[in-house]
Design a protein around this ligand. Sequence first.
Ligand code: GLU
Length: 404
Amino acid sequence: MSGGDQRLNHRLAAAQPSATYRVMDRVAQRRDQGHRVLSLCAGEPDFDTPQHIRQAAIAAIEAGHTRYTPVAGLRALREAIADKYRVENGLSVSWQDTQVSSGGKQVIFNALAATLNDGDEVIIPAPYWVSYPEMVQLCGGRSRMVTCGADCGFKLTAASLRAAIGPHTRWLILNSPSNPTGAVYSREELHALAEVLLEHPSVLILSDDIYEHLIFDGRPFHTLAQVEPRLAERTLTMNGVSKAYAMTGWRIGFATGPRWLLDAMEKLQGQQTSGACSISQHAAVAALRGPKNFLDESREVFQRRRDLMVAMINDTPGLYCAVPQGAFYAFADCAALLGKYSPGGRALHSDEDVALALLEEANVAVVPGSAFGLAGYIRIAYALNDDALSHACLAIQQFCRAVR
Ligand code: GLU
């Protein structure tokens, strides 16, 4: 139906739809048309949720745990989350210092919506996850992108933070391991950023730790509030079960942070979605309290795939990628393909052209780097079984070898 007054809210009208979902939708359309697409676009583990977690959800349904929960989450889950932060991250957290939302996205959105006023700036190191700037826009803030190129390992340095931070800064968003580059901040690097942040007491920090358990080569994980406890009172340390426990569809994200901020986020959520799905919350308790061997197993699998992916990408004319230290993304430089023609005769002016040509000519889906704030790259998610992954890499190689 059309007609009527179709004016939208001005903040929504100025925001972009999620770039990752846009590519996923395009893949679905091509599959509906009968194409066999190998998808390297979705940022989600391809494994099934572990059996004991699924069983806990079934048991929750059978036991009748199907009603509203408290807005901030079930106490049993909040206790498990507090224990997780204490044991895994060395943060001194009680269950009242935690909050549960419907996915990590809602945690971030709640935090920004609860605190941003017109003119407030959010520092976002680029490349960044596609939704950060759009959420800032929707919440009335202004994104201040700081380009962190390959020369600095795609990481924010103290010097570039110092140059960007100022009286209008309300938040800094940190994401380690990073989506889309897999970059991981060391303790020393976080420490250097903390030194700058300590000079700016009104700045809040969002530490998006969603890929915490996907770090390779035995590297340790560090989160800002642990590295610099003096920042804990203004850091929201966010996480979830999606990536670690292959639970993307269950929609459980959580956070710990200062009580005033959590209270404001709870107020917002209470007027919006209320508590997260009761069944998913019971499943998340099983995930956090249950055996941890799944984490080691999936890390090993992803590390093996990373090695396969990086070797094949770096054996592809026109593509190059550094070895990612975590998450399940390779951020490949495709600049050498630009200005040329695809095998099907398309002019490749941008990374978007490369991604589109790969999809339509090679049936491989990737996300263009410009969606993440850094042009000349493509993000390749290697959350796909080894066989499909090698096929996808071979198709990319064949495509690139035929670029003229
Ligand atoms: N975070 C994942 C990605 O970047 C999931 C999709 C999304 O929410 O953007 O692909």
